[in-house]
Structure formats: C-alpha cells, structure tokens
Write a protein of this length. Structure first.
Length: 283
C-alpha cells in the first residue's frame, strides 16, 4: 500500500455514462494503491479553466471524453499519436508539464492482438466503416502496423475524404453503396460508426462476402455482442469487440498516473459487462 494518495478523473459533458471510474477504481483496489478516480462534469466553456487548475485540484492526470477531446489536445503538449488522431483522451503531468496522448489507438490494437492473434499476418486490405474520431484512431493504428490499403466507407463522403487527405494514399474512399463490394478479399473489417449500438439503427453488412480468414472488429460496447460481432462469429470468423478495446485503452492512463501497469482480467471484464447490463449477451 502506498502512503500518498493520488487522484485522477474523467472529464466530460455529460460524464455519467463513463465506465472509466469502474475500471480504474477496480485496479486501485486490486493493486492496493491509495488513490481515487472520479467523474468531473465540466461544460465546454469551463473546460480550459478546469484544465488550468487540474493540479491545484489535486489531480495527477485525467481522461477526457466527449466533447472535450480536441480542446484537450490544444491545452496540453500532445505526443505524435494524439496529434495524428487530432484528439487527446489521456492527460498527465510530467515535471509540471501537462502532456497528452490518445490511447484509443493502442486500445484497439492490443485488443485485436489479444482476440485475434497474428491478425497482422495479412496486411493487404482492411475495410473501415465510419469517419469520425474513433475511425481516426483505428486508421492511425492500422497504418502504423503496416496495413497496405484501407478502404474507408462513410455515410458522409466528404468526411471520409478529409481522412484520406489527413492519412494519405493508403486510405481509399468508397461510397456507402460500395461497401458490399469492398468486403471481397478484406482481411479485416472494422465498424467505427454508432450503427448497431443500443437505441441506434442497425448496421447492414453481409459478412458472407468476407473471406474465411477475415477478422471482424466492432468498437461498440453496448451491447457487448453487437449484431455484427454475432453474425461474424456465426460464420466462424474471428472477432474483437468494443468492450475489450475500452478496457485495453485504460491501461496506459493508469500506468502513467499510478505507476503500475494493470492487467485486463476476466473478472474486470465481467464487472464491466454486468455494469453495462450486457452480461446476458455474453457468449
Ligand atoms: P463520431 O465522431 O460522432 O462519428 C460517428 C460515425 O458514425 C460517423 O462516421 C457517422 O457518419 C456514423 N453514423 C452515425 N449515425 C449514422 C447513420 N445513421 N448511418 C450511417 N452512419 C452513421 O463518433 P466516434 O467518436 O467516432 O465514435 C463512434 C463509435 O465508436 C461510438 O459508438 C463510440 O462509443 C465508439 N467508440 C468505442 C471505443 C471503445 O473503446 N470501444 C472508443 C472510441 C469510440 P457521418 O460522418 O455520415 O455522420
């Protein structure tokens, strides 16, 4: 047990939905660390002031969620990854300097590595659906791992074109109605849209068009088993789900703030599933 108590928080507007307190407080308890992780409800107009007083409020760092991720980038010293993604979700003090990164990239990749080992043996073609903030993190991660070609499909074509401009020629844009065709020979399919989330419209993807070696990832974690993940599993494809990514992306922040690299255990996953009310969806 360390003697000096440390605190971190998640800052959002709204923030009640965040599962970060469950994850970090589980790890604090597991590793016997004197510390606390709280929610901070901060409106956009108060965000800069809050960040300016983060240390004075007793925080060693913070997670940042909607709608503050771009503002957090501007108010801190971002690493290359946060800059590439255009958003920061994790802040920490380093010799008094407030630094930031984006842990969605490593969360996505570590989860893929854990759920579908050696998925990167075939880096020829990936299909990414969606062109929002999460898609930026996924594309940055996939390009970093050497994926040769990413076919990007988004409802709003212009938004996808912006990502092509930002990430370069390995990202090729296709129209929404070209999705089915794009699936042929894709080694990896990733859904980064909100389609398939509880309360949102469904995502129509014919997984039968994917090759048998394909891996399917969905960033959505409510429900834990999305219709896309269920269809992929029914076809015998390997899958990586959004809850696994959510848990993996939290590892870096905890390590930076509390000095121990925590483990994503089966028990933590069960607690998160129960909290999300999705344990009935477990397979
Ligand atoms: P965002 O920036 O708002 O982007 C939303 C995306 O969904 C856009 O591509 C949007 O297309 C698309 N979309 C929304 N409604 C649609 C519809 N009716 N038809 C077709 N496309 C639609 O959100 P984000 O931050 O990227 O997050 C996206 C999802 O990823 C959320 O479910 C979020 O919870 C999840 N996520 C999970 C993790 C994790 O750790 N598991 C991490 C980050 C994000 P348009 O451009 O056409 O609007």
């Amino acid at each position: 047990m360390t003697t000096k108590s440390r605190a971190a928080c998640v800052i959002g507007w709204p923030v009640e939905h965040s599962r970060s307190p469950l994850i970090h407080n589980y790890w604090l308890k597991t590793y016997g660390i004197a510390g606390e992780y709280r929610r901070e409800l901060v409106p956009p107009e108060e965000f800069a002031g809050f960040i300016g007083s983060l240390a004075a409020r007793g925080y060693v760092g913070a997670n940042v969620t909607v709608p503050h991720k771009e503002a957090a980038l501007a108010l801190s010293q971002p690493d290359e990854r946060a800059r590439a993604v255009g958003a920061a979700n994790t802040l920490w003090f380093d010799d008094g300097v407030l630094r930031s990164t984006n842990t969605d990239v490593e969360g996505f990749l570590h989860n893929l590595d854990a759920c579908a080992p050696r998925w990167d043996r075939d880096l020829s073609k990936a299909v990414v659906i969606g062109a929002g903030g999460a898609a930026r993190a996924v594309i940055d991660g996939l390009l970093g791992r050497g994926v040769e070609r990413i076919i990007l499909v988004n409802r709003t074509l212009a938004r996808a074109e912006t990502l092509h401009q930002a990430f370069g020629v390995r990202v090729r844009v296709k129209r929404w109605d070209e999705l089915a065709e794009a699936l042929a020979e894709a080694a990896l399919l990733v859904n980064t849209t909100t389609l398939g989330m509880s309360g949102q419209p469904g995502l129509t993807v014919d997984v039968a068009r994917l090759p048998a070696r394909a891996v399917v990832a969905d960033l959505i974690y409510v429900p834990a088993v999305t219709p896309l993940i269920a269809a992929a599993r029914a076809r015998g494809l390997r899958t990586a789900d959004g809850l696994g990514m959510l848990l993996q992306q939290a590892v870096r922040g905890f390590t930076l703030w509390f000095g121990i690299k925590p483990e994503v255990t089966a028990e933590l996953r069960r607690l998160a599933e129960a909290d999300l009310g999705t344990d009935k969806n477990r397979r």
